[in-house]
Ligand binder design. Structure first.
Ligand code: ACO
Length: 364
């Protein structure tokens, strides 16, 4: 995982909009959030998170087959943020694409990667959830600006003969609720104009009450469905990693599933809602705290814009091989060298363009 250094507390926000710590904590459970600095972007956070995830395995950048970045705040429309991560890591053999399913994106992306591995078309994948939502927030709108934060989390999936990994997944959507949570302008429907900027249509618009109602409705049912499809029972599940949008939504899911809150990973207090990054960040923290052990059955469950929602049951498996210190050093050097490689490829492309102009290489 990777989060920006800068922390913005509720008190800090009370200096810029009409809000207060008591309202934010009692309605959402959020105490602070991390906000990207000038040089931190969706791709830079994603690259850091991916490099840290890779460090848990014996894989090196040239071994990576696929990079998926789930994000609603991509670096650009295109190139895909995943391609920037591929370049920064020096993952020269990897395919790379972005996936857009709002806060549910990480669950969708994990399932896509797992199915590609199961089909035999790839051996491994890095799946990243990364967001810089702070760049899309209307900082004058107290109903949204207090909710969101920036960050990234990543996981490496590898083919293995050992049992476990992704057991089942439920992916759902309902586009009729699209306008409940959206960034209306900046796309092809409303290209950016002075008017869209003046009307702040390029920032997050949300009908909080409706999204809340929808979320409390789907969290428990999606969890149950994923568990039943996996062949497990609710009692087999050690931990649930929910999307961190609102503590009250997680509490409602716990009531719906008749489970105690200690079965849920909750870290919204420190990070706010980091959209598709929230599940992998919570997962990384739970692994770091020793709450997830090999063989544990887990459920990830999320909801978000689209509307989308989904849940995924998995059995946690530790990497077959871990990197020895010498390999870890070599990998850090390879990632560092990726910057040079990228620079020289650009220079080479330019020289080639001058030499060959618009002609095919090798023709006169
Ligand atoms: N500080 C102080 N008061 C506020 C603030 C604030 N930051 N924001 C709103 N209020 C006021 C409102 O103006 C309203 O005042 P009024 O009664 O005088 O009109 C009052 O507080 C209550 O507002 P509600 O909207 O009714 O508050 P509610 O209890 O519904 O909580 C919240 C709002 C936290 C947004 C809640 O609806 C929610 O969490 N919804 C789900 C949001 C969500 O999960 N979004 C992310 C989806 S994931 C993704 O894809 C990004």
């Amino acid at each position: 995982m990777a989060v920006p250094e800068k922390v913005v507390t509720n008190e800090d926000l009370a200096q810029i909009v009409d809000t207060n710590d008591e309202w934010i904590v009692s309605r959402t459970g959020i105490h602070q959030r991390h906000i990207a600095g000038k040089d931190e972007t969706t791709a830079s956070l994603a690259t850091k998170a991916a490099a840290r995830a890779m460090a848990m395995t014996a894989l090196e950048p040239p071994d990576i087959d696929l990079i998926i970045v789930s994000t609603s705040t991509p670096e650009h429309f295109f190139p895909a943020t995943a391609c920037l991560v591929q370049d920064a890591l020096g993952a020269g053999r990897a395919g790379a694409f972005d996936l857009s399913a709002a806060c549910t994106g990480f669950i969708y992306a994990l399932n896509m990667a797992a199915q590609s591995i199961r089909s035999g078309s790839i051996r491994n994948a890095i799946v990243i959830g990364s967001e810089t939502l702070s760049r899309m927030i209307n900082w004058e709108d107290r109903t949204t600006c207090v909710l969101f934060g920036d960050g990234a989390g990543a996981i490496v999936l590898e083919a293995s003969e050992r049992p476990g990994g992704i057991l089942s997944c439920v992916m759902r959507s309902d586009g009729s609720g699209g306008e409940l949570l959206s960034i209306p302008a900046g796309g092809s429907r409303y290209p950016t104009t002075v008017e869209t900027l003046q009307r702040k249509m390029h920032t997050i618009h949300m009908n909080g009450k409706e999204v809340y109602r929808f979320a409390t409705h789907v969290m428990a049912s999606a969890t149950r469905e994923a568990i039943s499809r996996s062949g497990l029972r609710l009692s087999d599940i050690s931990l649930i990693i929910p999307h961190q949008a609102n503590l009250r939504i997680i509490e409602a899911a716990a009531r719906g599933l008749k489970l105690p809150m200690d079965k849920f990973v909750v870290n919204i207090g420190n990070y706010g809602n980091t959209s598709t990054a929230s599940i992998p960040i919570a997962m990384c923290e739970a692994v770091g705290a020793g709450r997830i052990r090999p063989g544990d059955n887990l459920v990830m469950v999320g909801f978000g814009g689209g509307l989308t929602w989904g849940a995924l049951a998995l059995q946690w498996v530790e990497p077959e091989k871990r990197a020895r210190p010498a390999l870890r050093r070599r990998r850090s050097i390879l990632i560092w060298l990726a910057h040079l490689r990228s620079f020289f490829r650009r220079v080479y492309r330019r020289i080639e363009g001058v030499l060959w102009g618009g002609r095919e290489r090798g023709t006169k």
